[in-house]
Design a protein around this ligand. Structure first.
Ligand code: GUN
Length: 285
């Protein structure tokens, strides 16, 4: 039996259409055009693709964008100054500093300098703390997008075993909390986990966010499980693959996201969601 394919592209498209109407309403009724600023330091090719896709999605939804591009050798202070300027710009409602940053820049300090009210990535300790305390404000786009996909598929989460592979602050940890709030029994696996396969085989919902191509194979998946592949790995031949070995997993899972066309488009749609929410909140709406 072959799993149902979770079409992230289609789900994201629908959400973007809703957001476009919300933006039109904000412009027409309140004179507010949501604005997103993206800071990109250096020439990382993957980051350039991400940033281009973000801009295109914003443009289509009617969200204004501002691009701040800095040289690979930009100083820490220059990046901090750019963030400060965006914090003070009333036309900018969301700020995203594209990661990774070059080594000379203290990533933590830069992310902490973003005004939490403009932190559409949800990486600031204030917003992470709000999520932990059960009062989510801005939630990181990828885990939030994963939840939206699961809901759109009508998958019931209450009481389910959820296993997340990866413990990053950007995906793994917030994903665990979001699944916990939906009454899953949550396990976080990581590089030191003993017998990863055994944990995976227990999962009704498996979220892979490790960044290792084809690490999760069909024999590690519980029959009928929902498999969400957050990984985007570029192979030497230029092709993009996930953390899950799709061909073997699709034969076992109940539902599965493809790469590309799964989680990726959802992450961008959620960035737009957070930017529109930021603009609304800034206006006290
Ligand atoms: N680099 C890869 N993914 C992301 C993301 O979601 N946000 C930011 N800021 N940088 C990234």
């Amino acid at each position: 039996m072959s799993a149902e394919i979770i079409d992230g592209k289609a789900i994201a498209k629908e959400l973007r259409a809703t957001l476009k109407s919300e933006v039109e309403e904000l412009v027409d009724d309140h004179g507010i055009t949501p604005g997103l600023a993206v800071v990109l330091v250096g020439e990382d090719p993957a980051s350039q693709v991400y940033v281009r896709n973000k801009h295109r999605a914003c443009e289509r939804a009617g969200i204004a964008t501002r691009d701040i591009r800095m040289d690979e050798d930009a100083t820490h202070q220059e990046v901090m100054d750019a963030v400060q300027e965006l914090n003070n710009d009333p036309n900018i409602h969301g700020i995203l500093v594209q990661l990774p940053l070059p080594d000379q820049i203290d990533e933590e300090e830069v992310l902490n300098a973003i005004d939490p009210a403009k932190d559409v990535d949800g990486f600031h300790p204030f917003n992470l703390g709000m999520l932990l305390s059960g009062q989510p404000t801005f939630v990181a786009c990828t885990p939030k997008g994963v939840m939206h996909m699961i809901d759109e598929m009508g998958i019931d989460l209450t009481g389910k075993e959820a296993v997340i592979i990866g413990r990053s602050t950007i995906v793994g940890k917030p994903q665990a909390l979001l699944l916990l709030y939906r009454h899953c029994t949550v396990t976080i696996c990581h590089s030191r986990t003993q017998d990863l396969a055994e944990h995976c085989r227990n999962a009704d919902v498996l979220v892979a966010a490790v960044g290792r191509p084809h690490m999760i194979t069909g024999d590690m998946i519980k029959p009928g499980a929902t498999v969400i592949d957050v990984g985007i790995n570029r192979l030497e031949d230029g092709s993009l693959v996930g953390d899950v070995d799709f061909d073997s997993a699709v034969e076992v899972a109940g539902a599965i996201t493809p790469v590309p066309g799964g989680v990726g488009p959802m992450t961008i749609a959620m960035l737009l969601r957070n930017t529109v929410d930021a603009a609304r909140r800034a206006a006290g709406l």
